[in-house]
Design a protein around this ligand. Structure first.
Ligand code: NAD
Length: 327
């Protein structure tokens, strides 16, 4: 491919990704499956890597995620909410592991967590009292959705300790609530939501909190923005600390000493995933020690100490199975 065809291809992909991103993040109404979006993004990243002179600051590859909506107050995140790098197969996970080992040596461990398919939110508590909740937005500026978040019953309005803390998590719509909601929408002649993630995002962006309350959302907390004065030294201790404060964390997490343990955990969830009462779209793998996380640092878009393994899209899996069955 010469520079000119590469530029043409890059422009085509960027136009598509911008359109899909707008439909997904702003309209909550995707027109293509996530796997197609991920495939195009991967192709763009590879082309931009090969032709760095064609990289631009406004390329969709440079964005963390959503767009900031009108209609809500803006919130500036004191510590940016980043996205995660992706792994699509075992080799990608082994490459990630090699990079980590090169930087830290062999003395470290991973924590594997379910990647809940919802909406990233940040919650701020002052002296133990919930004072503000925001969407991730573009990573730096989010929308103030405090009133809507307060309708999530599992989210504590007061913590078990009078601490000032900023925590991060995933607000989501359980599968049952999603099915019920879409049934009602269809009965009322409204268009159903494409998936629980879009339904959750749409619900948290309702200007009327009563509407959000009727959507039966839930939340899992998975991180601390700033450890503040706590003596937490690892991610797994951080999760236990969140439990003690009264937050709901996901208990299906595992500490793994090696990448083989991680791969085993990932494979196990490929099987078990359909039986969960909520959607997951992958497994998040994080280096446990906060000191090692700090040493590894972040890129503009994502931390170097974590990666999201994305499950193959269910549509694609069906197609592969169908092909296998028909030959
Ligand atoms: P992402 O889904 O690749 O991963 C980052 C997010 O994972 C975090 O922000 C957090 O919200 C979430 N997460 C869930 N569980 C977590 C845990 N335990 N620890 C840490 N994080 C956890 O990134 P993204 O920027 O949120 O979304 C991009 C994805 O959205 C794409 O990969 C694509 O699949 C989808 N998308 C689809 C379309 C479409 O048209 N279909 C368009 C745009 C984006």
């Amino acid at each position: 491919m010469n520079l000119q065809t590469a530029e043409q291809k890059i422009n085509e992909i960027r136009t598509l990704l911008n359109q899909y991103g707008y439909e997904y993040y702003v309209l909550d109404k995707p027109s293509v499956p996530d796997s197609e979006y991920d495939r195009l993004m991967q192709e763009l990243l590879e082309l931009e890597e090969k032709y760095p002179e064609l990289k631009t600051a406004d390329s969709p590859s440079q964005r963390v995620g959503g767009a900031v909506l009108e209609g809500f107050e803006k919130v500036e995140h004191r510590i940016p909410l980043l996205s995660l790098g992706n792994a699509f197969n075992e080799q990608d996970l082994r490459d990630f592991d090699r990079r980590i080992r090169q930087a830290t040596g062999d003395d470290f461990s991973y924590v594997c967590e379910l990647k809940i398919d919802g909406l990233a939110v940040s919650l701020r508590y002052e002296n133990g009292l919930f004072i503000q909740g925001a969407t991730r937005g573009d990573g730096t500026i989010g929308e103030d959705i405090t009133a809507n978040l307060k309708t999530i019953k599992s989210m504590p309005l007061r913590l078990n300790e009078n601490v000032s803390i900023e925590v991060r998590g995933e607000a989501y719509m359980p599968k049952r609530s999603f099915e019920k909601l879409n049934l009602i929408r269809e009965q009322q002649g409204e268009e159903p939501f494409a998936n629980p993630r879009n339904a959750a995002a749409g619900s948290l962006r309702q200007l009327d909190p009563k509407m959000a309350a009727s959507r039966n959302l839930d939340i899992f907390l998975y991180g601390i923005g700033d450890t503040g004065t706590s003596d937490v030294v690892s991610h797994s201790e951080g999760l236990d600390y969140l439990d003690r404060l009264g937050f709901k964390t996901n208990k299906e997490r595992r500490k793994c000493a090696t990448i083989d343990g991680v791969i085993d955990f990932v494979n196990g969830w490929v099987e078990k995933r359909p039986h969960l009462p909520y959607e997951i779209d992958g497994i998040v793998i994080k280096v446990d020690s906060l000191e090692q996380q700090k040493m590894l640092g972040t890129t503009a878009k994502s931390p170097r100490w974590a990666i999201a393994y994305k499950f193959p899209a269910e549509e694609v899996v069906t197609t592969l199975l169908e092909i296998e069955l028909s030959v």
